[in-house]
Design a protein around this ligand. Sequence first.
Ligand code: SF4
Length: 285
Amino acid sequence: MGNHDARRAWMELTEHRHYAYRGCAPDLDEPTRAQGDLDLGVDAWLPYTEDDGEQPSVRIAREKAAAAVCQACPVLAQCRAYGLAETPDGKLAEPEGVLGGMRSLERHRDLIQRRKTAAPAVVLGAADSRLDEARTAQKQAVLSALARESDEELVAYRAGMDVRTANWHRAILTGLLGLDKDTASRGELLARAAELGVLPKRARIRPDGMHPVPAAPNTDGSRQRRIALRMTIQLVLPGMEHIPRVPRPTTPRRRAAVAPVRALRIVRTAQHLTLPVTTVLEAAA
Ligand code: SF4
């Protein structure tokens, strides 16, 4: 849907014969209140109210109350069509506020879902020239490193670049090979690279183990933590081999043998000037 459709959707909404009865219109007796629910102000549908310090929880509650009023609105369908209309560059014509019973976040999610559904499936072959970018020296270095390591710092070290650059190449590679950056794992990326003939020939893939590693992690590591919740976070210095954790021995340690206490005898007793008496003891034979 382009700008033209957004304009048409707007006209269909505003020229609807029931538009004057919409839920978010000002009440005739109390113009600052919404006629669909007098408990709500007319700004409840806007992204921000006059109260600058509105807490996120308060804002969400307000938006939900506004969206509930929309459900009984006579122009709900027309309003929703307008709220989901796009500009020519693929953005929402009305990105903020509540429209057609949908909050801004919900409309953006709907837009992303529409994009995914509409995107044609990428069909690539090993001879496809679109894969040339995956055969550049840097991408090949990242693929080789990724085949060997799963830790992003080690991948970057082996590829000879910083972590941010290595992750950027990983993200580009994931898209180039037709995989979803949000769901693809490192293993899937490498398998796809091997299938399409862009994985360096001598690369040997080390499996992820029990926890799949994302193909294109965020630089802050938030995705890794979300995917591998039970995985312990371990700092690994660049250039150091990963040292797996060894479980602690369960067998009890033997206590050192304690020498039997023997009788003591006084060897000598001395008193120098004002110092206290010092008694030296040694074990009796
Ligand atoms: S659907 Fe909601 S936002 Fe749209 S006109 Fe009706 S009350 Fe207003």
